[in-house]
Design a protein around this ligand. Structure first.
Ligand SMILES: Cc1ncc(COP(=O)(O)O)c(C=O)c1O
Length: 407
């Protein structure tokens, strides 16, 4: 079965927005368009339920119930218990809170592994544990390809390693890392894993239990939702790490790593992401499946569609000798997030593309370590072209025609 693009695009008000007509969106890795179901819930919340939730009056009951609904439906899609999923202001803020918990949890002399493939959000906060006497080991990418070799990880997994932090896929390399295999290797060595799923989650909601990740992080504003960070922490680890919230919330797993007051409206609106996935699945014959099955079906449809659109773009870029494509040149096992090292500055090319109706980004994308390791000057920046399942072949063709003009 193939994805019905007309149906998909009808779920996103941006595609009907007059001011955006004729412009093709290729900066989805920065933040996706928002599903109509999310916007509707946000609007309803602010109109009808914008009161302190969980009080006895009706508006408040509805507000609290909608926040609970968001957590329970997203958790069900991702194969975890409802209280294993929590919301925080952003993934970066979530990793800082988690790093603080590990700072208290680990002993001087313990070791952690970080990569130089990650966005800074899943590496910088962890590296600061060195200040507390924790040994920080770097799992390094291959400079030519950006690939994270498993044998290098294996060599680092010796002695008192307690934590391995790595991305499901990097926001400039695009290669999908084998999370289940890496988690297995870490667990065999007595370590837990913290996976940055921010770049991958827009391409499908994963079954976290099947992947074996102990922590899985992503950002709802890139998965068709509002500006929230979402954190899955498996129970055993979450209850073992020191509580970072008020002392009286220590027994509630989903509150332990979210010390700040949550954004009630945005959390409630996250239920719209589940509405979107459910409508998407139902339209493609998956109405009878359970939540995890609906997520799996839509994940597969997204990936098939994206892979089919990505290969022509990679093939075209392969014909341009002056351009270096970072990461794999084959669409399979790759997210459609393609960073290009070019003679012109990334942001200059992005500006030129804008004149051709292409919305793309240039810069370092907070992946300075990965760019540096691959010999790409972060100041000079790369041009990044990123799309998701709502993108069409016509838009990719428009992009290729525009690249022909500006490269
Ligand atoms: C791969 C990756 N990880 C983490 C982040 C940080 O997410 P947030 O903006 O929610 O802090 C980003 C943001 O662009 C990202 O691309």
């Amino acid at each position: 079965m193939t994805l019905d693009s007309d149906f998909i695009r009808a779920q996103f008000p941006a595609f009907a927005e007059p001011s955006l007509q004729g412009q093709a969106f290729f900066e989805n890795a920065g933040g996706s368009y928002t599903a109509g179901a999310v916007i509707d819930r946000l609007t309803r919340y602010y109109h009808q339920r914008k009161v302190q939730p969980y009080a006895p009056y009706e508006a408040s009951q509805l507000a609290g119930a909608e926040m609970d609904e968001a957590r329970s439906r997203l958790a069900a899609m991702m194969g975890v218990d409802t209280d294993e999923l929590s919301f925080g202001p952003s993934t970066t803020q979530n990793t800082y809170v988690l790093a603080q918990a590990f700072r208290q949890h680990l002993q001087p002399g313990d070791a952690i592994i970080v990569t130089n493939q990650d966005h800074e959000a899943n590496t910088g906060p962890w590296r600061r544990l060195a200040d507390a006497g924790i040994e920080v080991r770097e799992w390094q990418i291959d400079p030519a390809t950006g690939h994270l070799p498993l044998e290098r990880l294996q060599a680092l997994l010796t002695g008192p390693v307690k934590l391995v932090c790595f991305p499901h896929c990097s926001n400039v390399v695009g290669e999908v890392n084998p999370v289940a295999e890496i988690s297995r290797m870490a667990h065999d060595a007595g370590a837990v894993t913290c996976v940055d799923g921010v770049s991958y989650a827009p391409h499908g909601f994963v079954d976290v239990a099947a992947l074996g990740a102990d922590i899985y992080l992503f950002s709802a504003y890139k998965t068709y939702g509002p500006h929230q960070g979402i954190m899955v922490i498996r129970r055993e680890l979450g209850m073992a790490l020191p509580n970072q919230a008020h002392y009286f919330n220590a027994e509630v797993l989903y509150k332990r790593f979210t010390p700040a007051g949550p954004d009630h409206a945005q959390i409630a609106a996250c239920a719209g992401m589940a509405d979107y996935i459910d409508a998407f699945a139902a339209h493609h014959g998956g109405g009878g499946l359970d939540a995890k099955g609906r997520a799996a079906l839509t994940h597969q449809l997204m990936r098939d569609h994206e892979t089919a659109l990505l290969q022509p773009l990679l093939d075209y870029l392969g014909t341009r000798n002056e351009v270096r494509v970072l990461g794999p040149h084959q669409a399979e096992n790759r997210a459609p997030t393609v960073a290009l090292q070019t003679e012109a500055r990334g942001e200059v090319l992005a500006r030129a593309l804008a004149r051709h109706g292409i919305m793309a980004g240039g810069g370092d994308f907070y992946a300075l370590r990965a760019l540096g390791a691959m010999g790409a000057d972060a100041d000079h920046g790369v041009l990044r072209l990123s799309f998701v399942h709502y993108t069409t072949r016509a838009e990719v063709d428009q992009l290729i025609a525009a690249l022909d003009q500006v490269l």
